[in-house]
Design a protein around this ligand. Sequence first.
Ligand code: 4AD
Ligand code: MG
Length: 427
Amino acid sequence: MTPFTAIEDVLDGCCEGKQIGVRGWIYRKRKGKDIVFLVTRDATGTIQCTVRKDTTSWADAEKVTIESSVTLSGTVKRDERAPGGFEVSVDQLKIVGLAETFPITKDQSEEFRRNVRHLWIRSRRMNAIMKVRGETLRLVHDFFRKEGFAEVSPPMFISSACEGGATLFGLKYFDKDLYLTQSAQLHLEALIQSLEKVYCVAPSFRAEKSRTIRHLAEYWHVEAEEAFSTMDDLMSLEENLVGYVCQNITKQCGKEFKALGAKAKTLAKVKPPFSRITYDEAVERLRKKGSRIKWGEDFGFDEERTLAKEFGPVFVHTYPKKIKAFYCKTYRKKPDLVMSVDLIVPIIGELSTGGAREDDKIELLKRLEEFGLRQEDYEWYIDLRRYGTVPHTGFGLGVERLLAWMLNLENIMDTIPFPRTVRRFYP
Ligand code: 4AD
Ligand code: MG
């Protein structure tokens, strides 16, 4: 049997005039009098395959339906009329799985496509997005290894909240009430006292009830934590990570960027250092631009986009204590402000949140009380301040937001194969 060749390699001109095998699915079909055109797809691309009436495969070519799986063999010919410049002149076609009438056709709504997501992921568009997603994750791992961070695996079942009760998913864990994790941060803080520099890429869960274009109920979270580090170290780490991914992804996924109509050139220009402004400066800037935001309020999507429009990717740091989480470290001389930093980018707004963690036991106990959190639920976390506490920083960045920004996608739902939102948990 002829071995199978990837369609991408055929289109690159590897096999002109040669006999090859292809396996995949029927993407498009058009029938003439004495010829059937079968555009076939595999993981790597699509190619036009022609079956003529005088071959033994004619009956199967007539019968085969869209999205049937097939294997075929034939001769590669250069043909300027064929999309991609090459076609396969088929002498043997074998139907592996004959498809029923495929429910997805042209001009159907986004809503419909999301209802049949298990089938829509076969589209060229989703194929390209998923490849960019995979490569992005690979680059994230490459970056952290290069920087000497150890990859760790945090738990998904947790007993106390990281990011506040409002978005916690509760569940029955044997006879106890537990939650799904919102962030690995607290456990990463424990791990740095062994490994110093750690990171993970793991799912986080948020019971976000509002429907927005940038919130999922289940998303993938890149999180890192570093012992003995400062806010400056943190911002440098983040901008180097984002810069590394943006520059390399456009090189590695040029074809996919093109297929998706995404602007690789603009992205390749994303390079550190990013602008760094304080919350106070951001508020002043926004008010000058006509926003009614008052000091002490958190930024909404509109404010974030205004800032990103002016600065490009920008770090906003040093926030009012009241709008940030209990674990944020206060400035000792200005205790109403915390060492917290958001990275804000065009299109999607907030891409990451990070900061210095409260590393003093007494201060942490005060913060827990201010937030109405029970000390007993956080005893293990307080222990980290009892036994060899260190100044440390870390951040969390949403993978889907990163992709939506890089690929200029309107909705975060398109960046993940099977999105989960308040209304969507099937398929
Ligand atoms: O800003 P968040 O809530 O911060 C934390 O969870 C910190 N504990 C992270 C850390 O310091 N280790 O979430 C971090 C990032 C956000 O900036 C955003 O990119 C993403 O996670 N994110 C979401 N992405 C998709 N859907 C949601 N519902 C998200 N919530 C947060
Ligand atoms: Mg945040």
